[in-house]
Design a binder for this molecule. Structure first.
Ligand code: FAD
Length: 536
């Protein structure tokens, strides 16, 4: 062993799901697992305990994460059978569906159902004014907000892709993320991480041994004896082997705010091989939760996420089957249970929790994988390299200081996500079931969100309502959800301040004119995806 190798810092990642492999690949790239003097990274995953295998929708940040790891976009699309995602199409969240409305799988707008779109593109900002106040003052007529301020809704509604061709990679005129097969993505990330120098061990951690200070001294495994490291990353999923079982960091439940705690999931085929692939997640509200519907090229991934306090598993399965119709016949659902919440600290001593071990709220708006990305980026930056001359007490003190900063930022981020997710539920006008009535009950809405809703009744959400480093969802996302749901911001008293109505109307007209051209210039989503797959 060379002197440089002897001094190498060591990371041990426990768990090989999306959290484990994404973190491993990102850290290997940024902390130089392949370099002499870089960090030694080992990942251990159990062959007996599988990965959760759901979590197929992402947020646009995934593009820069994959690019930073160095994964070619076309390879990623092919190997994880990914498709493009331009936003989320919400059905029946704002209003109770009409009693005579036929069940819908919601491609496009269906009579008797309320709809809105949360696109990934920010509202258009040309040379004119910010469009939102003018939309609130009626400058776009009765066009829904997302339709008035972006082209993306028209493009997504027409089942078009966000770009003409795969090149340039990770870039497009329209903002996008992906849907993918979670099991295949884990395999791809594993291959790439190993190429980048991560050591892979298949084995089960049977014990986590702490030292006198309460830090992790080593983990014992069934197959590989004891393993030790400078930093342990707990990616063991809901089992939370280190952060929960060994370190006993308390779990803060948010079930009194976010009620969903179960899901039934089912993969179904399309009704024909050339069926259009929606380039958005379809999120349809039901009596005690909502269904996700995600289009890959060869199948749909679907599920009903619900509150066990408001319905039971048998009824939930019925709701999912009724939503899917004949596509679900002869197929078994998979039941998943979770508690909505997170650890009170994500980084304790020499252990950081990433992924489900650290927390999970629910599938809405794909925050799970995005939080993994944030954690990986932050760990790379905060990595405690240690300094020559520090004794073990000083190293522990330095690590504790890092942990405090990390926990403060991550803790805020978790809290802010709770508010954003709750927003989807609490401004509903649905009163048809206890689930929706309870969701709108002010006692279940965090005070921070109640305060914002009170001020947003008189002015729209703006930049200074948000601290960028705490936020996952920026003002645009809040605006799309608020106004998609029919929330009222009364700007009339301030009408006189908004003197650029003519310019705003010009911008609204421009977007309406350009939208059909944008649609016709883009390939269908299926054409775009199949072109990438063919050229592999
Ligand atoms: P897992 O996939 O459970 O992996 C845990 C790993 O730890 C496995 O490899 C296992 O073998 C290993 N392990 C456990 N114990 C041991 C041990 N003792 N020794 C060795 N190895 C061990 N997120 C999104 O971003 N978008 C979505 O659309 C989305 N939908 C979701 C829907 C549902 C119903 C649920 C429950 C979650 C969803 N998520 C979603 C969250 C997403 O699935 C997870 O964030 C993501 O898959 C990461 O999981 P993980 O790697 O933390 O855990």
């Amino acid at each position: 062993m060379t002197a440089a190798e002897g001094a190498r810092r060591r990371i041990l990642i426990v768990g090989g799901g999306t959290a484990g492999w994404l973190t491993a690949a990102y850290l290997a790239k940024t902390l130089g697992a392949n370099l002499s003097g870089g960090t030694e990274i080992t990942l251990i995953e159990s062959s007996d305990i599988g990965i959760i295998g759901v979590g197929e929708g992402t947020f646009p940040t995934i593009r820069s994460t994959l690019a930073a790891i160095g994964i070619d976009e076309a390879r990623f699309l092919r190997e994880s059978t990914a498709t493009f995602k331009q936003g989320v199409h919400f059905v029946d969240w704002a209003e109770t569906p009409a009693p005579d409305a036929s069940p819908t799988q919601a491609l496009g707008t269906v009579a008797g159902h309320s709809h809105y779109f949360h696109p990934f593109n920010f509202p258009h900002q040309g040379n004119g004014p910010e469009l939102l106040p003018y939309w609130l003052l009626g400058g776009a007529g009765d066009a829904p907000f997302a339709e008035a301020v972006t082209l993306q809704k028209a493009v997504a509604d027409a089942s078009r892709g966000p770009k003409r061709a795969i090149d340039p990679p990770y870039a497009a005129p329209l903002n996008y993320a992906y849907h993918f097969d979670a099991n295949r993505l884990a395999v791809l990330l594993r291959t790439v991480a190993i190429e980048l120098g991560v050591r892979h061990r298949v084995g089960t951690v049977t014990d986590v041994v702490l030292d006198g200070s309460g830090a992790v001294a080593r983990v014992d495994t069934r197959e590989h004896g004891s393993l030790s490291a400078d930093l342990y990353i707990d990616c063991s999923g809901f089992r939370a082997e280190i952060i929960g079982r060994a370190l006993k960091v308390p779990f803060k439940s948010y079930q009194d705010v976010l009620f969903n705690d179960r899901a039934v999931a089912l993969q179904v085929p399309y009704d024909r091989p050339d069926a259009p692939i929606p380039s958005y997640t379809v999120a349809t509200a039901h009596e005690a939760g909502w269904t996700w519907d995600i289009g890959l090229n060869d199948r749909r991934g679907t599920g009903y996420v619900y509150s066990s306090r408001h319905t039971d598993d048998a009824r939930a399965e019925q709701v999912l089957r009724r939503y899917l119709g004949p596509a679900a016949e002869g197929r078994d659902v998979r039941l998943l249970k979770f508690d909505s919440g997170c650890r009170t600290a994500q980084w304790v001593g020499n252990c950081v929790a990433v992924g489900l071990s650290g927390g999970f709220f629910e599938p809405l708006e794909s925050t799970g994988i995005m939080l993994i990305e944030v954690a990986a980026h932050m760990i790379a930056q905060y990595f405690p390299w240690g300094e020559t001359g520090l004794d073990s007490a000083q190293t522990a003190a330095s690590m504790a200081a890092t942990a405090r900063t990390y926990n403060a930022l991550m803790g805020k981020r978790y809290e802010r996500i709770v508010d954003f997710l709750k927003l989807h539920y609490c401004i509903t006008r649905r009163t048809d079931s206890a689930y929706w009535r309870d969701n709108a009950d002010p006692a279940t809405i965090p005070e921070s969100l109640r305060d914002r809703l009170a001020v947003w009744a008189h002015r729209p959400p703006g930049r200074f309502d948000f601290v960028a480093d705490h936020e996952t969802f920026l003002p645009a996302s809040y605006q799309y959800v608020l106004y998609g749901m029919g929330f009222k911001t009364d700007l009339e008293p301030a009408r006189a301040l908004h003197r650029r109505m003519d310019e705003a109307r010009h911008e609204f007209r421009g977007l309406r004119t350009v939208a059909p051209q944008a649609v016709s210039s883009l390939p269908t989503h299926r054409e775009l995806v199949e072109e990438v797959y063919r050229n592999g």
